[in-house]
Design a protein around this ligand. Structure first.
Ligand SMILES: [Zn+2]
Ligand SMILES: [Zn+2]
Length: 152
């Protein structure tokens, strides 16, 4: 089998996405998986650092970044309990590392521009989340206050 771009060079691997054989020069490894140069453009190396940062600011965001959508939603909904939030940071970093080393494949690896949007949007999202949690807490306090006033 020879490279699909270089008909005289033997192929060393097959692209994970398009299955085309690639030579040493054309081979690009993303998350330890072989890709051709064309398909590698749409892939990115999973970063444990960014996964942790995302989860630090918004619970569950690191899970979205890893492609764990269901887990991300669960952590987002329970993040205000703090413990799932902390668990989410550790889990996101460890999962991202496993993906980067090819030990685990993400169900859906987000496209590069989604990651870029996440990186830029993380500050806004964190403000939104903290605001939401705060309004819930103050609403809870207000309700408690009304109940106290209502009781003789
Ligand atoms: Zn390919
Ligand atoms: Zn080649």
């Amino acid at each position: 089998m020879t490279c699909y771009l270089h008909p005289h060079t033997p192929a060393v691997a097959q692209c994970t996405e398009c299955q085309r054989p690639v030579c040493e020069v054309c081979l690009v490894r993303v998350n330890a998986q072989p890709y051709c140069e064309h398909c590698a453009v749409n892939r990115h190396t999973q970063s444990p650092f960014w996964a942790g940062v995302f989860s630090l600011f918004v619970p569950g965001l690191g899970q979205f970044y890893n492609g764990d959508w269901l887990k991300g939603v669960l952590i987002l909904l329970t993040g205000w309990l703090i413990l799932p939030w902390v668990y989410g940071i550790i889990d996101a970093a460890l999962t991202a590392q496993a993906i980067a080393q090819g030990e685990r494949t993400a169900t859906t690896i987000p496209q590069g521009y989604i990651i870029l949007a996440l990186k830029i949007g993380v500050l806004g999202l964190s403000c939104l989340y903290i605001g939401l949690v705060w309004s819930l807490i103050s609403f809870g306090l207000a309700m408690a206050g009304i109940n106290e006033l209502g009781n003789p």
